[in-house]
Design a protein around this ligand. Structure first.
Ligand SMILES: Nc1ncnc2c1ncn2[C@@H]1O[C@H](COP(=O)(O)OP(=O)(O)OP(=O)(O)O)[C@@H](O)[C@H]1O
Length: 325
């Protein structure tokens, strides 16, 4: 009989997230894992550069023995060793997301025996992944509620298609992650954000995006004071109308979460599933609709551990609950 827990990488969302969660839990809980049909839900299945470098980083962090860790591979075996801490480097040679490398590595680092320092190269602000600013300004405060945190230094931003960004992350080990109760939104006192433009685009476009986002937010939230900082950096906006589209989308996404009374937004939802599983005690978090990424995260955790989640409808929201292991 095989000692490996087998995870079907094509299930539900069928993307790289299944891989990251399986590898993270494997490293922390010392569970050998075999992931098959990797990214079977995507047009081009198999390991892409970002996923490959993420697994290699996790391998180095826990001295794992691995099989099938090469570009395009659709099946990987990962047998973890000890989490000793130390200095690690991962270099994604494309714009593959540094935040997604952090998604694999930070929980592992928190449970290591000594400090982990990671030098990560790749994209800092790319589509379909957390912006580095999201990871540091949205995800990190949530992580802090669980009792973990990280220091970071943003050395250089990197964008599609070249990448070339660099971030240094330092994580101190913790004894335990604490369970959280986030079911009451409280009062939203301030909203802030960053507006960026790309390449040769003028800073004035970043201002227009920020202005559009502010006025949408103002209309939607009625009279709240909403300061938005203007930062000019290289990013992806391409035209004047295009400047309003991401601004409106950002405003609408945020207002939906605020008005629904949820305590985390749709993108943090799936990222906290793993933290809840690793925390000591019973956690409860109020979210909007359960996303496919969240269902997928729950599937992987339940396959690999004894943790069971309850989803309890609460008005137009849901409360995700579980007792961590
Ligand atoms: N705009 C966003 N802000 C914050 N987080 C995001 C955003 N978009 C996506 N994410 C998060 O990024 C992760 C993406 O996982 P997903 O498996 O879809 O992508 P992936 O690893 O790049 O692989 P694939 O190429 O297979 O899609 C999820 O945790 C998701 O919540």
């Amino acid at each position: 009989m095989s000692d490996f827990v087998e995870i079907d990488g094509s299930h539900l969302e069928g993307g790289g997230q299944i891989l990251r969660i399986a590898i993270t839990l494997s490293a922390i809980k010392k569970i050998p894992v075999r992931i098959t049909n990797i990214r079977g839900g995507r047009n081009k299945p198999g390991l892409m550069e970002q996923h490959l470098k993420g697994i290699e980083l996790a391998r180095d962090m826990c001295s794992a023995t691995v099989k099938g860790v090469n570009f395009g591979s659709t099946e990987v075996e990962f047998s973890p060793g000890d989490l000793n801490g130390g200095d690690f480097t991962a270099k994604v040679n494309t714009a593959g997301s540094i935040s997604l490398l952090m998604q694999v590595a930070i929980p592992i680092a928190l449970f290591s025996k000594s400090t982990c320092t990671m030098t990560l190269h790749g994209g800092t602000n790319v589509e379909m992944a957390p912006q580095i600013d999201y990871t540091t300004e949205v995800f990190r405060p949530i992580l802090e509620k669980f009792g973990g945190t990280f220091d970071f230094e943003l050395i250089k931003r990197g964008y599609y298609p070249k990448g070339g960004g660099e971030v240094k992350v330092t994580v101190q080990p913790i004894e335990i992650l604490k369970a959280v109760e986030m079911t009451n939104q409280g009062t939203v006192r301030e909203v802030y954000g960053w507006s960026f433009v790309a390449g040769t685009l003028p800073v004035s476009m970043a201002r227009r995006m920020a202005y559009s986002a502010t006025s949408f937010l103002f209309k939607l939230t009625r009279n709240r004071r909403i300061p938005i900082a203007f930062w000019a950096r290289r990013l992806w906006a391409i035209g004047d109308e295009a400047a309003r589209i991401p601004a409106k989308r950002a405003a609408l996404e945020l207002v939906k979460v605020i008005q629904d009374g949820a305590c985390v937004d749709d993108h943090s939802q799936d990222q906290i599933v793993v933290l809840m599983a690793l925390a000591q005690g019973r956690s409860a978090v109020k979210v909007c609709d359960i996303t496919m990424h969240t269902k997928t995260a729950i599937f992987v955790v339940e396959q690999m551990t004894q943790v069971k989640y309850d989803i309890i409808p609460s008005g137009s929201n849901n409360i995700i609950q579980c007792a961590g292991s």
